[in-house]
Design a protein around this ligand. Structure first.
Ligand code: RUQ
Ligand code: CUA
Ligand code: CA
Length: 647
């Protein structure tokens, strides 16, 4: 394929001519880099595509008041979004796009003191010297716990791809309460809570979190088998959502990527783009078909119970064998590999629980897999896994993630075409059966530019409401004021309630949001204040404040109450290991104080009736003004205490 051929990729209207992006095409594509990918962005409208309705002209925001949230009014939805490189989770209001909060998870954060206080360090994990074990994170997938097929407002889970950690965030305080590191994997990417137990009908809520790992590694990864990629392996991991213990892992062929869970609790799914087990990226696209891999949760747990497990390295986690060769008999198989073209990306279950859409990425198709047919294969009643594919519509170039409305329509991001395509699932099934009149693709809309993730309001629950689609685009180019070589990204809000999609807002977002969920506001019930009794260290009475010495270990107990700390000063000696415990006695929502110590790198906040502590060694004699960092009162600047360190 020549450079010119590649250039025509974006304007070539005949889908069939670009059915698959071959390895050569992609290798050269990466060579010319973004100029090819982005050339789609240069046109205001895209060329009509065969089999599709007329493309929608990029509907620039009309400023219709319907989508405006006037001053003093609240948004209809929360959007919970991963922060990518920052390692945090972000919360936006929709439709306004107001950024409401950043929850530090895998990152340190001076505003709240995450990674600074003893309590947060205990969650983050520390090195022997007491500093956080890792200071970087890479969050991608945010999902909340379910009850009865919809969000229950209890917890949210988010992955850390770089260090393979799973974090849990409490929804009442919107703070991280637990982080674990998954054993024997790298590139932990897809994350999805289950929706009910596969066996026990009384458990209709989340009790597990499924985790997919993208990179295969030698197992154990201790210096053996490093040159031979065919010996590398991947594991699919199940975590207990309550205890956050790793329950089990499944050894698989190929890799995992994104993850979905079924509404009946019976299956978990992951798309696989590297069934080739390639180490170099050309190798990862050498095969025309990869797979969507299904896990039979009940059978895996029976096998674990029956002790049909092994362990890897020093990990005690039971590992069952889900490799293809060991799972040929459907009646006993733990896994089912459904062939899907080519380097698929994204696996999303429809709100009625019937279908999974697995988009082709390097094939212009989305494969529709019927849940009931995968179960049938496990019962020995379906000839081969591929028969579970009931539709494979051609929808456009570079299809990635799919969201759903409440009318049987799917909305898929097209990375290369820079579009969102709306298609009807039942029509796609009819067309696959040969119905030439089935109208599959219903609408297309240009987005700006190169959408990665896309998701609909409540679309990952049975309460999908068909109101909004949010397109998280990887490039904003000319949409916002330039801020240097790295631009903001665009989150574009699209009204999907009518027949035609309508672009209603561009929101700029700080790089790099990956997946998000859009949650109705009535589901989220946050607390207003903490309770003194929640904290074992709480300084409950102002009279309990003071300096308590035990040799070189010193405890300083303080309370904050606007506009003063209970100690005007506290004296320490050089070399002391001091623990400062601060309890905020203000009881009013949002009346938060901060505590910062110059030159000692201490900064944190205490929310109403919250207690936090820090431990450090005082090695620099002198006077240090500990001041309140959070504006709390007309006398906020005056709110200080003096740390006096004697030589
Ligand atoms: S997936 S790398 Cu997490 Cu589409 Cu974004
Ligand atoms: Cu307390 Cu500012
Ligand atoms: Ca592949």
């Amino acid at each position: 394929m020549t450079q010119d051929d590649i250039k025509t990729l974006d304007t070539q209207p005949d889908l069939n001519r670009r059915k698959f992006l071959g390895t050569t095409a992609l290798v050269s594509l990466s060579g010319v880099g973004l100029s090819v990918g982005l050339s789609a962005c240069n046109k205001k409208e895209s060329a009509p595509t065969a089999g599709a309705g007329a493309p929608t002209t990029s509907a620039e925001a009309t400023g219709s008041s319907k989508y405006e949230v006037p001053p003093g009014k609240l948004d209809e939805y929360y959007s919970f979004s991963s922060g990518g490189h920052s390692g945090e989770v972000r919360i936006y209001g929709l439709p306004s796009g107001r950024e409401l909060k950043r929850i530090p998870v895998f990152n340190m954060d001076a505003l709240v003191g995450w990674g600074v206080t003893n309590e947060s360090k205990a969650i983050l994990g520390t090195k022997p010297n007491g500093t956080p074990k890792y200071t970087t994170g890479d969050t991608h997938h945010v999902h909340q716990t379910y009850a009865d097929g919809t969000y229950d407002g209890k917890y949210m889970f988010v992955n850390d791809k770089i260090h393979s950690r799973l974090a849990r965030v409490r929804m009442d305080t919107m703070e991280c309460d637990k982080i674990i590191e998954l054993p024997n994997i790298q590139g932990f990417h897809g994350t999805f809570p289950d929706k009910r137990d596969p066996v026990d009908p009384n458990i209709n809520h989340t009790t597990r979190v499924f985790c997919g790992s993208e990179f295969s590694i030698p197992l154990p990864n201790d210096g053996r088998d490093m040159e031979d990629g065919s010996k590398y392996k991947s594991l699919f991991t199940c975590v207990d959502s309550n205890t956050m213990d790793v329950r089990w892992q499944v050894l698989i062929d190929g890799n995992c990527d994104l993850v979905a869970s079924s509404y009946d609790g019976k299956l978990a799914a992951t798309n696989q783009y590297n069934t080739e087990m390639g180490i170099h990226y050309e190798d990862t696209m050498s095969a025309e078909m990869d797979a969507c891999l299904f896990f039979n949760v009940a059978r895996i747990e029976e096998a674990v119970k029956a002790g049909k497990v092994s362990t890897i390295g020093s990990s005690k986690v039971p590992v069952v064998d889900g490799r293809r060769a060991s799972n040929q008999d459907p009646k006993t198989a733990l896994t089912c590999y459904v062939p899907i073209p080519k380097n698929p990306h994204g696996v999303n279950i429809s709100p009625d629980g019937k279908y999974y859409a697995c988009a082709g990425k390097l094939s212009p198709t989305a494969s529709v897999i019927e849940h009931a047919l995968v179960l049938k294969w496990f019962d020995g009643e379906l000839a081969k896994p591929r028969d579970a594919v009931v539709a494979e519509p051609e929808i456009g170039l570079g299809p990635l993630h799919t969201g759903y409305d409440n009318k049987g329509n799917a909305y898929t991001t097209l990375f290369l075409d820079s579009q969102i395509v709306k298609w009807n699932v039942e029509a796609a099934i009819k067309a696959f059966k040969g119905d030439k009149n089935a109208k599959v693709v219903l609408d297309r809309i240009d987005v700006h530019y190169q959408p990665g993730h896309g998701f609909t309001s409540m679309g990952e629950t049975k309460e999908a409401d068909g109101h909004f689609f949010l397109s998280d685009n990887k490039f904003s180019k000319d949409r916002f004021l330039p801020v240097g070589p790295l631009h903001a990204e665009t989150a574009q809000l699209i009204d999907i309630s009518g027949d035609k999609m309508k672009l209603v807002a561009d929101h700029s977002v700080y790089s790099e949001p990956h997946d998000s969920i859009i949650v109705r506001r009535d589901i989220i019930k946050t607390r207003q204040v903490y309770n003194l009794d929640e904290f074992p260290l709480a300084v409950k009475d102002p009279k309990d404040s003071g300096v308590f010495r035990n040799g070189k270990k010193v405890t300083v107990k303080l309370i904050s109450q606007a506009p003063a700390f209970s100690l005007r000063e506290f004296k320490l000696k050089k070399g002391d290991e001091v623990t400062i415990i601060l309890t905020n006695h203000d009881k009013v929502e949002d009346l938060t104080h901060g505590f910062a110590i110059p030159k000692y790198d201490i900064q944190f906040i205490v929310n109403p009736l919250e207690t936090k502590s820090v431990t450090f060694t005082v090695d620099k004699p002198g006077v240090y003004w500990c001041y309140c960092t959070n504006f709390c009162h007309a006398l906020h600047l005056e709110m200080r205490s003096r740390m006096i360190v004697e030589a």
